[in-house]
Write a protein that binds this ligand. Sequence first.
Ligand SMILES: *Cc1c(COP(=O)(O)O)cnc(C)c1O
Length: 457
Amino acid sequence: MTDVADAVVPLAGGPTLPQERRVVTAIPGPRARALHERRTAAVASGIGSALPIEVVAAGGGVIVDSDGNSLIDLGSGIAVVNVGNAAPAVAQAVAAQAASFTHTCFMITPYSGYVQVCEQLNRLTPGTHAKKSALFNSGAEAVENAVKIARHATGRTAIVVMEHAYHGRTNLTMALTAKSMPYKAGFGPFAGDIYRVPMAYPYRWPGGPDASGLEAAAEVISDIHTTIGADRVAAILVEPIQGEGGFIVPGKGYLPALSEFCTENGIMFVADEIQTGFGRTGQWFACEDEHIVPDLITTAKGIAGGLPLAAVTGRAEVMDSVHVGGLGGTYGGNPVACAAALATIDMLEHGGLIADAQRLGAALRTRLDAMKARDRGIGDVRGRGLMQAIELVEPGTDRPDPDRVRAVLAACHAQGVVTLSAGTYGNVIRFLPPLVISEKLLHEGLDVVAEALAVTR
Ligand SMILES: *Cc1c(COP(=O)(O)O)cnc(C)c1O
C-alpha cells in the first residue's frame, strides 16, 4: 500500500501559519480521499468525521490539510482550542513537561502541576467559598464523578437532568444525555434513578421566550415534588448554555430559580461547563451571567489547549465527603495535560482573550442577526460570546429543517470553512471559532456561511 502521507512535508502549526482561506483542490482533495479510504478499512465506522480532510497543521483561525488547503476554523475541535491550536505557550509547556516526565500516576507519586491546576480552578470558578478539585481525562468522566460525589455527599441517589441535555457517551452519561440517535440508540440498558425535566427553551416555549425561564423552572420544581420527591434528589445537573442540544440559552430566571431550589432542599446544583467554560461565552464560566454559584462544576474541553483533561470543582466539604481512594483513575490529571492547562489558563487570564471573545462575539451576533433578517428559514439566533448558533426551520413555521443544515454545512466545507451542526432535531448550525481568530478571518468565514444560506434558500 502506498503511504501518500509520507510525501507531505508537515508544516509547523500555531498562530504563525498564514491566516488565510485557501482552496486549491476539491475538499476533500486527493490525499484526503486516500486517507479516508485507509480510514474506512481500519477505523470502526461508529466513529464519524464531519469533514474528512487530512490535517497537517493548525493555528490561529485556520486548519491546513495535506492537499494544501487552508480552512477557516469555526469549530475549535468542538470548543476545545479556545486559545488556538498549537498555541506556542501551550506547545512549549507540553514539550518541557514531556521531556522531564510524562506520567507517574498522581495517586502513586504526586507532582505540582496537578495541584496548581486545582488551585487555579478553585480560584477561577464562581463563588468565594472554600473549594477543592479533582482531575480526570474526559468530560464524561468528570460528569460521572460529579454524580458520584453528589450522591456520596447527600446520601441520596436521584439525579435530575434536562430535555436536550448532553453529558457524554459512557454508560452513566448516556443516561443523562437526552438525544437517542446517535448517542444512545442500541446501547442500553441505561443507569437508573435519572429524571428528565423541562428545559427553558425560549424559542420553542409555549408561553413565549420571556416567560420561559420562570415557567419552566416552576414545572421542574413541580415535577420534582410530585414524581421524584425533593428529599430523594442528590443533584440537578444542567448546562448553563446547552451544547450538543442546540446552544439553547435558558430563559432568564431559570438557572437562579433552580439554584435557589437546590439550596433550600439540600440538593447539589451541578453546572456542566464542559463546553461553555474557559472564556468561550465571553466570561470565564457561563453561569456567571446570572450570578449562579454552583455547588459542583464540571470542566473539560477548553481547559488545556487541546490536551485531554477534565475536572470537578466544588465546595470543599462536598468534595471531601468522599472516602480516600473513592475517586481517581490511572491517567487523571496527567502531568503533560496539566502543563498545557496551566499555560492555557495563563493565556486566558493575561492575553486579553476573554475580552476578544466578547468583541468577536458582538461582531458574530451582528452578522447572524443580519442573516436572520433576510432569511425566513432562520428561526432563532442565540448564544453568547463565541458560542452562538442559528436554528433553521421551514420558512414561516417552527418545523426543524435539518436537510438545509446539511446542505449549508456541505457548501461551507466545500468552500474551506469548518462549521458544525447541533440540536436535538439536527437543525442548528453552531459557531465556535477559536478566541484567537482574527476579525477579518471570522468575517470571511461568515461571508461563506451567508453565501451558503443564500444558495440553499
Ligand atoms: C462534550 C461534552 C461532554 C462530554 O465530554 P467528553 O470529553 O467528550 O467526554 C459533557 N458535557 C458537555 C456539556 C459537553 O459539551
